[in-house]
Ligand binder design. Structure first.
Ligand SMILES: NC(=O)c1ccc[n+]([C@@H]2O[C@H](COP(=O)([O-])OP(=O)(O)OC[C@H]3O[C@@H](n4cnc5c(N)ncnc54)[C@H](OP(=O)(O)O)[C@@H]3O)[C@@H](O)[C@H]2O)c1
Length: 269
């Protein structure tokens, strides 16, 4: 019987996403550093990134697999097959958690040995502070216990949401690409604050906390976003003038077009 308090989690690939997940697991105290193992392409780079977190740096993927119960596949898509193929039957008893874009259940069925237990997901970078979203494909081959353990890990670093395979791209566009869109909005707000005399640092602090608080208010109160907008627009007041200006500039259309552009890139229309 596995337990999150003594489970070993190994990262195959420890770049931006591997580090974001490990940081989230440590930040939220879901795991302790000595429960985490990792390997990368360059041992030198990996060793530095492991040392600052107090986790185990491994020389290669085989060492990670031998030490771990859960394997997080966090290499670039083109490296999945070269990294996994030599591991063969060693993968069979492991709980495999993929975070690789465009690698869904059926893709893994083609490259993993028969009978492996795996789940495909797409996390976003806020997992590093325990406020992430991980989009999980509904179809998986984890055991009931494996699924429970993986969900416990993912829930520790944010919200884990199950979707059908054909919704993974749109769901991960909203959760994974939109942090860039939201950052652009935040930066623009801060620029406007600076234009009217706020110190830059304070402008970012206000804009960032406004995003955090607005998101939390919406998810915790269950309020419709339109109602939240209405609640700050008093008749003849100041906010409604800003709302009207955003409408005039086509803000909603711009956001929908941004998502459409991403879906086009996936070849989905
Ligand atoms: N970044 C995101 O926001 C994001 C979001 C969702 C999903 N993802 C997915 O996460 C995966 C990783 O993306 P990333 O942004 O973290 O890329 P990255 O920063 O380039 O990290 C890739 C990692 O793979 C390592 N690697 C290369 N060859 C290896 C090998 N033979 N054995 C073991 N490790 C090896 C690299 O090590 P070296 O640096 O030493 O070469 C590096 O640690 C991708 O599949 C991506 O689709 C990323």
């Amino acid at each position: 019987m596995y337990n999150v308090t003594d489970i070993k989690v190994g990262f195959l690939g420890f770049g931006n996403m591997g580090q974001a997940i490990a940081d989230g697991l440590l930040y939220t105290k879901t795991l302790q550093p000595d429960q985490i193992y990792a390997c990368g392409g360059s041992y030198g780079r990996l060793k530095n990134n492991a040392e600052v977190r107090g986790i185990h740096a491994c020389y290669d993927a085989k060492e990670v697999v031998e030490a771990s119960d859960v394997l997080v596949i966090a290499v670039k898509p083109g490296m999945v097959e070269p990294v996994l193929s030599p591991l063969g039957a060693l993968l069979k008893e492991k709980m495999i958690l993929s975070v690789v874009a465009n690698y869904l259940f059926e893709d893994y069925e083609k490259i993993l040995p028969e009978g492996c237990h795996h789940l495909s997901t797409i996390p976003n970078t806020p997992v590093s502070v325990g406020e992430g979203i991980t989009i999980c494909e509904k179809k998986h081959s984890l055991t009931e216990e494996g699924y429970r353990i993986i969900m416990e890990l993912l829930s520790g670093i944010g919200l884990a949401v199950e979707v059908d395979g054909d919704q993974v791209n749109i769901a991960s566009t909203i959760s994974g690409c939109a942090p860039a869109f939201a950052s652009m909005f935040t930066e623009a707000l801060a620029d406007a604050g600076v234009m009217y005399g706020l110190p830059r640092k304070m402008a970012y602090q206000l804009a960032g906390q406004m995003i955090t608080g607005t998101g939390k208010l919406m998810t915790e109160s269950g309020k419709h976003p339109g109602e939240m907008k209405d609640n700050v627009c008093s008749p003849g007041g100041t906010t409604i003038v800003g709302v009207a200006a955003l409408e005039k500039c086509g803000m909603r259309a711009a956001v929908i077009e941004a998502v459409e552009a991403v879906m086009d890139k996936y070849g989905i229309n």
